[in-house]
Design a protein around this ligand. Structure first.
Ligand SMILES: Cc1cc2nc3c(=O)[nH]c(=O)nc-3n(C[C@H](O)[C@H](O)[C@H](O)COP(=O)(O)OP(=O)(O)OC[C@H]3O[C@@H](n4cnc5c(N)ncnc54)[C@H](O)[C@@H]3O)c2cc1C
Length: 463
């Protein structure tokens, strides 16, 4: 007997006629197993995950998203939502369900006079920066240009402008959302303000965002950026310098520390920064970063903001395998610094590393309950990233990141950045929302009582 239709994970099948009707009602395309573009369509940035959805709806606008949500609900299909496809735990692809793929939605409209931008959820930071920098404008965005604006914004958004302009969510003015019951709502400070509160850090739990509106700021086009790098054996003194330097840094400056390998080189400890202010002032501000004597590499200087936004691009190729562990640290104590130095020296792959991100300056002055993103008190957000090519090698790379994290965790404050969670961090999801979890659970009950959107750092609807 030949089976027709589409198989789902629940063992049921959706008749071809129903799928054909769904397809006919969309402006975008629907991919199913066997279609030429299916394998490319299900590929994620993180090669650790190889999932086979029953259907991929490549949406072109809010109307397609409403149809996809309705179709999935009517046929009891599990749903994954894909923006830029860079979720560390691979949440944007599912086995046997429907993927609401927003990647064709890449329109951006900048209003230079109002200094705002509207962007669709398939936009990546490289597109966003391209359009906004044409007017000398920008907002806080991700530090790898291939990352999607959607997932990053909905989790919080740490970037080179965090010190001066806050997190990405601090710059979100409004969003259009399709909720689990297929309604289209606008959320802003004045329209559905509770939904707006929850979107800003709620990790995509409350609906599918079909448009984001951001506040922009005058940035660049030239900033003082780049990095200085020292040999690994100077790791402890470099991190101590970084700690003291950060405490006195002005808002214009955002600085990360990282243990990375230059191409074909040994592991170095790098201090990477962006000064978003007058260049001559910036030169003075960053001078202490060179105070440890001659760096191995000195790449600090004036550069286009768009180049700063692409500094890390070479290190995160699509299709490699990745595993992450994150935390928030209240301080970089000498004991914590010992841990960084020890584990950086035992990286099992040159591509692996750790990035110490910061949430200082303007990002730290927003109250913890102003929006769903709760973690404003701890200035350091280290993310340990294991990267390897052969999926069969996973164990040693995952173990290194886990061991590193276990050693560092005693120095951490409560919480973790929701976008840095890994696939086995299920027991940490609650603390990722911190004290805002209960309010988010109540919102989840209002906007998604059946937990239709659950492939995310999941908030259970309040009873
Ligand atoms: C290489 C790399 C660099 C990174 N750098 C930074 C950084 O500098 N700063 C930072 O803050 N984070 C950073 N991150 C983390 C990043 O914010 C998350 O991985 C984020 O989820 C990526 O968004 P995306 O749209 O590309 O991912 P996707 O995988 O498409 O989406 C992730 C999740 O977000 C939800 N989602 C996506 N789109 C929508 C939508 N329109 N509506 C509702 N829910 C949606 C879904 O639940 C989805 O599963 C980085 C990640 C990577 C892989």
């Amino acid at each position: 007997m030949t089976l027709t239709g589409v198989a789902t994970t629940t063992g049921s099948r959706i008749e071809d006629a129903a799928v054909d009707g769904f397809k006919a009602g969309l402006r975008g395309h629907v991919l199913r197993p066997g279609d030429d573009a299916y394998d490319e369509g299900r590929r994620l940035w993180n090669g650790m995950f190889d999932r086979r959805p029953a259907l991929i709806a490549r949406c072109t606008g809010a109307a397609d998203v409403i149809s996809a949500v309705t179709f999935a609900r009517d046929h009891r299909l599990q749903v994954a939502v894909r923006g830029g496809g860079h979720s560390f735990p691979g949440h944007s692809m599912c086995d046997g369900g429907l993927v609401i793929d927003l990647s064709p939605m890449r329109a951006i409209r900048v209003d230079p006079a109002a200094r705002t931008a509207r962007a669709q959820p398939g936009v990546k930071w490289i597109d966003f920066d391209h359009e906004t920098q044409a007017f000398g404008l920008a907002t806080t965005g991700g530090t790898v240009s291939d990352t999607g604006i959607a997932g990053l914004t909905l989790g919080g958004g740490l970037g080179w402008l965090s010190g001066k302009h806050g997190l990405t969510v601090d710059n979100l003015i409004a969003a259009d959302v399709v909720t689990a019951d297929g309604r289209f709502l606008t959320a802003s400070a004045t329209e559905n303000p509770d939904l707006f509160w929850g979107l800003r850090g709620g990790g995509g739990n409350l609906g599918v965002v079909t448009s984001f509106e951001y506040q922009l700021h005058r940035v660049g086009p030239t900033v003082l950026g780049g990095m200085v790098a020292y040999p690994l054996d100077r790791a402890k003194e470099v991190l101590r310098l970084y700690r003291d330097f950060n405490k006195a840094a002005p808002d214009e400056l955002t600085t990360y520390a990282a243990f990375v390998n230059p191409p074909d080189g040994d592991t170095v400890v790098a201090l990477i920064c962006c000064y978003a202010g007058p260049l001559d002032k910036g030169e003075q501000v960053v001078r202490p970063l060179r105070s440890l004597g001659r760096p191995l590499l000195d790449g600090l200087g004036p550069m286009p903001y768009v180049a700063q936004q692409r500094l890390f691009d070479g290190g995160f190729p699509t299709g490699a395998c990745y595993y992450t562990k994150g935390d928030f640290l209240p301080d970089l104590t000498d004991e914590a610094i010992e841990v960084f130095a020890e584990y950086a020296a035992t990286k099992p792959s040159p591509a692996s590393g750790v990035l110490v991100q910061t949430t200082c300056g303007a990002a730290s002055r927003v109250t913890s309950d102003a929006m769903a993103f709760a973690h404003r008190r701890f200035p350091y957000a280290p993310v340990i990233v294991s990267e390897w090519l052969d999926a069969a090698d996973a164990e040693k790379h995952v173990c290194w990141a886990r061991d590193f994290w276990r050693a560092l965790h005693p120095f951490a404050g409560a919480g973790v950045y929701v976008n840095d969670l890994s696939h086995d961090d299920g027991d940490r999801v609650r603390i990722a929302y911190g004290a805002n979890y209960e309010r988010l659970a109540a919102l989840k009950k209002t906007y998604d009582p059946d937990n239709f959107f659950h492939l995310n750092p999941n908030i259970k609807p309040a009873p």
